[in-house]
Design a protein around this ligand. Structure first.
Ligand SMILES: Cc1c2[nH]c(c1CCC(=O)O)Cc1[nH]c(c(CCC(=O)O)c1C)Cc1[nH]c(c(CCC(=O)O)c1C)Cc1[nH]c(c(C)c1CCC(=O)O)C2
Length: 367
């Protein structure tokens, strides 16, 4: 623990805490991944994706790869949201070209009743070890983000048995047997709380909840089956930790993809920031959320397929839309969802430099 040092670049944490910064910090969802040739090489060495996640040294190596290429303002733990259901015994595997799957999805009432909160130290030690390894290797370069899926998003995979386009099975259970749905969400929430707090203890300096499928829910159902559980989680997260010699406050980010209609609700979770996808107008989001919390987002990942000058234009538009953050406001630049595997790594460089340069210029011009 005492090997940890405070970050030298704390721009990301300051923006989350709505303090003034010299420029707008930026990181990318899925910043370590298949668009990087060095990631594909390490993955080939590990054999497969889970081989990377379960080996703390390799997880550390791929986490640091994008930071060696780009002046990013945060690192994110290399792992996956589906480690929790795997630890619950559902048997996660990745079928080539088909995305994640479970050998034992939740089908019957008995499956649901058997579900238990996993003991993190036993089942997810590889994740907390990766967090500590990465934090030590970063040596204060930038802060490290830990993460988890939201209970609803995890439940989608646990009941569907993999990715789904219509969420038929999980929504059938939600409407037909809300009692079973709530049991899954209850157990999963307790698991997420223990998991995120374990990541914080292991060295994470901020945490993010990925509610990737919250936007698939009807208004009303979202509040009951996703938001309520995220609120419970945010309230149970450690706010401050002692690193042996210094203390750290741990900000949190809640990202509901497709959650633009519910920004006020999401801000009411008590998170430090609301993550928004590319459908959201940042100026309107800023007005609606006010000084309740910071905002993270939201360039369309597909904008990175345009020419450099066009990417710079899209970045400027997003920064202008939010405006220079006044006291009590904070903006962390990001994509509206994960980066595509087909992205040219050079375009990422264009985007990151555009965020830094243009946001500095905006601050200078209002002085
Ligand atoms: C829904 C979800 C998952 N995983 C995750 C989510 C929520 C975010 C979102 O909405 O995208 C979260 C996630 N997955 C991964 C990270 C790493 C950190 C980061 O760089 O952001 C994070 C934060 C690595 C990964 N997770 C996965 C990869 C690709 C693995 C590979 O083939 O190398 C990576 C880099 C695999 C994965 N894992 C999951 C899917 C659907 C897939 C297949 C996706 C695909 O094929 O593009 C589940």
């Amino acid at each position: 623990m005492s090997a940890f040092v405070p970050p030298r670049n704390d721009t990301f944490l300051k923006a989350l805490n709505r303090q003034q910064t010299d420029y707008t910090p930026v990181w990318l969802m899925r910043q370590a991944g298949r668009y990087l040739p060095e990631y594909r090489a390490t993955r080939a060495l590990a054999g497969n994706f889970m081989g990377l996640c379960t080996n703390p040294e390799l997880a550390c190596e791929v986490t640091l790869q994008p930071l060696e290429r780009y002046p990013l303002d945060a690192a994110i733990l290399f792992s996956d949201i589906l480690t929790i259901p795997d630890a619950m015994g559902l048997g996660l595997y990745f079928a080539e070209g088909e995305g994640p799957k479970f050998e034992r999805p939740l089908v019957t009432e008995a499956d649901v009743m058997r579900l238990e909160v996993p003991v993190i130290e036993n089942t997810l030690r590889y994740v907390t070890d990766a967090v500590s390894t990465i934090r030590t290797a970063l040596n204060g370069k930038v802060p490290l983000i830990g993460f988890s899926g939201s209970p609803w998003t995890l439940a989608c995979y646990m009941v569907e048995g993999g990715s789904s386009s219509d969420f038929r099975k999980v929504k059938t259970m939600m409407y037909q047997r809300p009692d079973l749905m709530h049991r899954i969400l209850d157990v999963t929430s307790d698991a997420v709380i223990a998991y995120l707090n374990a990541q914080i203890d292991a060295g994470a300096q901020a945490v993010m909840i990925f509610d990737s499928w919250g936007g698939a829910l009807a208004d009303g159902a979202f509040q009951k089956f996703s938001l309520a559980y995220m609120k419970k989680i945010v309230k149970a997260l450690r706010l401050e930790v002692d690193r042996g010699g210094f203390r750290e406050r741990i900000p949190s980010i809640v990202f509901t993809k497709g959650g633009g209609l519910w920004l006020e609700d999401i801000a009411s979770t008590g998170a430090s920031a609301v993550g928004v996808d590319w459908t959201v107008n940042l100026a309107q989001a800023r007005t609606r959320i006010g000084d309740r919390c910071a905002i993270q987002g939201n360039l369309d990942p597909n904008a990175l397929f345009a020419e450099p000058a066009q990417i710079e234009g899209e970045v400027a538009k997003a920064l202008e839309s939010f405006g220079v953050p006044q006291p009590g406001f904070g903006h962390v630049f990001n994509l509206g969802h994960g980066i595509s595997q087909f992205t040219n790594p050079e375009k990422v460089n264009v985007m990151i430099h555009a965020v830094h340069n243009y946001s500095r210029k905006m601050r200078q011009s209002i002085r």
